[in-house]
Design a protein around this ligand. Sequence first.
Ligand SMILES: Cc1cc2nc3c(=O)[nH]c(=O)nc-3n(C[C@H](O)[C@H](O)[C@H](O)COP(=O)(O)OP(=O)(O)OC[C@H]3O[C@@H](n4cnc5c(N)ncnc54)[C@H](O)[C@@H]3O)c2cc1C
Length: 461
Amino acid sequence: MAAAQTLITAGFTNTKVIESGSKTGGRVMPVPVPGGDGQSSFDLSVQRLVKDSPLYVIAQAQNLLAPPTTVTTLAATKSYYSTANGCPLNKDLIDALESFADAVAQQVSTLAAQASTTDSAGMIYQKAFASYLQQNPTIVDPSSRFYQAMFDLERKAYEYTNGASDWNRVSAKQINNFKDARPSEMLNKNGFQGILNYYISQIGQANILLNTQVTQISYVDDAKVRLMFANNQVMDCDFVLVTIPLGLLKKNGPTLFNPPLPPATTALINNLGCDPTDTFVLIYDKPFWPKDMNALNLLRVKDDPWNCKVYNYQETEVSKTIWYLEPHPYQPNAIIGYIGGGMDPAYFESASSEAIMNASTNILKMFMSNKSIPYPKSLIRSSNGVDQNIVCSASYYTTECDKSGASCDRSQLENPIMINKAGVATPAIYIAGEAADGNGFGKANGAVASGIRVAKAIMAA
Ligand SMILES: Cc1cc2nc3c(=O)[nH]c(=O)nc-3n(C[C@H](O)[C@H](O)[C@H](O)COP(=O)(O)OP(=O)(O)OC[C@H]3O[C@@H](n4cnc5c(N)ncnc54)[C@H](O)[C@@H]3O)c2cc1C
């Protein structure tokens, strides 16, 4: 969308966005609030924007950012920590666990800078954890169980935000490469839909072809690039910019391009990782959680020494995939839930909505130590693993790439594929998207940066 807007604004008016789904936005997933005012939405992925990025600038101009007071209020609110036996933690233990998490994070950064090319992010975290325990010998059982549970929570958070993969598959170099120190700000209740509406108005609805799946991209010398669609229609183009998710490039790349992509591009696509994860929203008649709660951290402490159980709870395969719940940042009656990275989302995606609502209600009863937690009114959920337009969430560097000695320079994805026109090598096909951006990969601002960069390359070609 950002690439199309850049081209059209620069006068390249014969630009079309080809979208296989029934809506624009891809992995950015605003879903209208059921029974809402038609403007409000739940975002199943991006909710905050990196300050001063192009998306932030659009959101600011379109009045789509939450008022600064909300940010202050959020900062003043609390993360609630509760154990698997339903016991809330006292302030001293929370402070100790949070300073433990900070210490591990700092140590991780130092260790990652010295990592060997075969180290995974998981190995670095394990080393930092072990070193923390060694330096703090007063931490002995039973309290180290809390540290282990906190460490497990950190792992799930790391995996969720770093491509949803098992952190033993994620390269250690991801740790320091993934840092964008710029603060981010919250969208308002119009969510990301407002930004998509802005792009649609700039591009023109008529230039966006929905429900149009590209099944083949053929390129031969002295000809235009031919797109074949699932309905057997074709479109001939001077330039084609491919922004499908990395997971689909992996899965469909061999049949999508004719002739196949150059071997170095295929190797790079295969050497980067991208796995699916999911988000869901539980909708209630009214909030039942404390006003100052901004997160419920589920510490699954083994053999929790206390027992505050008010509710007899058995983990199920579905409930095990849920790592974190938070009151929705800008929709008052909703809780947003996250599936742990590194978890196979297949359990979650194959479960019925009723099973997810049951599992979530049971988790809330248990971890909030309150058996009168209501059953949600409804559920909204993503199915990124089985969605044929998505398949993966956010790309990451793999240890396989490091070990193979091959280039893992993702910016090479943007190198054009050339065809020979009247004896002159001419750029014809480009790849862009989050996976191609070395600074913002995995993120919407990375996708936008890559799209704008390639649009400018097309304009200059
Ligand atoms: C659960 C989740 C949470 C996330 N959280 C955040 C977050 O908090 N912050 C953040 O910045 N980012 C987040 N992301 C990542 C962010 O959404 C992506 O990085 C970004 O949207 C990628 O944009 P893209 O343009 O590269 O690809 P996409 O948004 O995936 O766009 C690719 C488009 O190609 C279309 N397509 C696929 N195949 C075909 C075909 N054959 N023919 C035609 N069209 C096709 C798809 O339908 C899709 O619209 C999250 C993602 C997920 C899944």
